[in-house]
Design a protein. Structure first.
Length: 292
């Protein structure tokens, strides 16, 4: 299924006393580029999250943000370093005696010194934590991929309509191409009749010149290749694998064929059609920059 490279997915659950929030977002990028934002104590999750995404994301600059909160506050044990607290208290009292200040020290005064507190984080089982994160991240990833697929479906419909328009323009070129030789031959007749009269020139030479001209301006090969590229484009749009790079190459080939037609064309209808063809191809090129 065609997927866009941009997307967003979010999931939130409470598991084992932890509120876990995972957000995944991505923007266009030539390759798969991964980054994560996780709490410092959970940095070991980075590679695991990357591996989880690589199974379902082929291209795009992708960021995963993980937030973990203990709703019961049991993730840390806080104690008071009594020695440090006594040291602060004695130092303040000594200052009072030296400076002749009133001793009005209270417990709240010691709270201003964070060094007196010892915070011990509870030891967690990394594999158990990862299993909880994986569960939430997988739900976020499902929503992320669903959004990419929905946007991909819109891109697919738009590109198909443009390919149909291009096919119609190719038909116009195919119909107008034979007229170039006829018009050239008529101009030769008219010019020579004007200069030499109706019996003063070689009719066979006119036909030979027209045949040479026809060979130079023939665009049959280009239109055949264009139609082949359009068929390949339609087939790739139905592919289950990421096809963004293949489509990018194919649209370049289509543009090259149209440029060749434009360089050969000496007929007004074809010239105008080439301009329109290049416009539609450029629109498709812009669209496929967002395809995975």
């Amino acid at each position: 299924m065609l997927r866009s490279m941009t997307g967003y997915g979010r999931a939130q659950q409470i598991l084992d006393g932890k509120e876990i929030l995972v957000e995944i977002r991505a923007v266009n990028h030539r390759y798969f580029e991964f980054s994560s934002r996780v709490p410092r104590a959970y940095m070991y999750l980075d590679e695991k999250l990357k591996s989880l995404l690589q199974g379902r994301v082929a291209r795009g600059k992708t960021e995963v943000c993980v937030t973990i909160n203990r709703i019961d506050g049991s993730d840390a044990k806080i104690q008071v370093n009594m020695g440090t607290a006594q040291g602060y208290l004695q130092a303040l009292r000594d200052a009072n005696e030296t400076l002749h200040l009133q001793d009005d020290l209270k417990l709240t005064d010691l709270i201003r010194f964070p060094e007196i507190f010892i915070v011990q984080k509870a030891v967690e089982n990394e594999e158990a934590v990862w299993e909880e994160i994986r569960q939430v991240a997988s739900a976020a990833l499902d929503r992320f991929v669903a959004m990419r697929e929905a946007e991909g479906a819109r891109l697919k419909a738009d590109i198909k309509s443009k390919l149909d328009a291009i096919s119609g323009m190719v038909a116009v070129v195919e119909e107008a191409s034979p007229r170039m030789t006829e018009q050239y031959r008529n101009r030769l007749y008219a010019k020579l009749e004007e200069l030499l009269g109706s019996n003063g020139f070689d009719q066979q030479r006119i036909l030979t010149e027209a045949a040479v001209f026809s060979e130079k301006v023939a665009v049959d090969e280009e239109t055949v290749r264009l139609r082949s590229h359009i068929q390949q484009f339609h087939a790739l749009l139905e592919d289950e694998e990421p096809v963004g790079r293949k489509l990018d190459f194919l649209i370049q080939e289509m543009n090259r064929e149209v440029n060749t037609i434009g360089s050969k064309a000496q007929e007004l209808t074809i010239t105008q059609t080439v301009v329109n063809l290049k416009s539609e191809i450029e629109k498709i090129r812009e669209q496929i920059q967002n395809i995975e």
